[in-house]
Design a protein around this ligand. Sequence first.
Ligand code: G
Ligand code: G
Ligand code: MN
Ligand code: NA
Length: 243
Amino acid sequence: RALEFDLRAALALGQFELFYQPQVDLAENCLAGFEALIRWRHPQRGLVPPDRFVPLAEELGLMDEIGEWVLREACTEAMRWPDALTVAVNVAVPQFASGTLVKKVATALSVSGLPSSRLELEVTESVLLSESRSAIGQLAALKALGVQVSLDDFGTGYSSFTQLRSFPFDRVKIDRAFADDPAVVRAIAALGTNLGMRTTVEGVETAEQMERVRGEGCTEAQGFLLSRPVPATEVAELIARLG
Ligand code: G
Ligand code: G
Ligand code: MN
Ligand code: NA
């Protein structure tokens, strides 16, 4: 498989890039931070989205190293933003396997100089389901560093109250499949509030949805209405626009 061959070399060739999508604080009506989203700039195929290579990278055992690069790159980039802004980084299941994630995160923070409170790590329920005891211990150690931990894509898959209660997440991200379902958004927002967690609705595409999710008690929103994920070079413009 040609893609597999190219993927093995992509990190060394510097072909990965991070795009950033803004997240707004609904109460303050201001920019809260950005989620970092990986892209692969392939010399022939162009910009390859993560859905097309992250699963393969996991299968090939490359995601631990790619994820380490993502952490360092995102922390370094966030140092260029105003102090109040956070950066959210997605962490894949294989990054928990070697037991070195906490050390890698600590290194990314110290090398970049980013305060731990400005880094948020997003994990999906799959992390909790796989070897959950070790993963939960690592998440606890990350929280002890001062990093924020979020449960991503909530409401899809098998995610349930059990997952939500298995760890004191700082945030629940409601999957974009529900951006248009007021009853579900309201219920998850209430659950999050009761558990002391912030709640982000993903996939907000219209002004109408934005006003609705604000009324449903969510604390943050993210989606194409605010902006698509943009390259690092366009982040300054978004900070100026969304302040
Ligand atoms: O960026 P996009 O909108 O296409 O993201 C698609 C999927 O890829 C999302 O589920 C997102 O969590 C995942 N993804 C994006 N960037 C990263 C990354 O740096 N690491 C991991 N593990 N997943 C990512
Ligand atoms: O990490 P996560 O699974 O949440 O990945 C976010 C994904 O959602 C990225 O692929 C991003 O491009 C996508 N996304 C972000 N905002 C929107 C939106 O408003 N609508 C849709 N359809 N997708 C979005
Ligand atoms: Mn995410
Ligand atoms: Na998500």
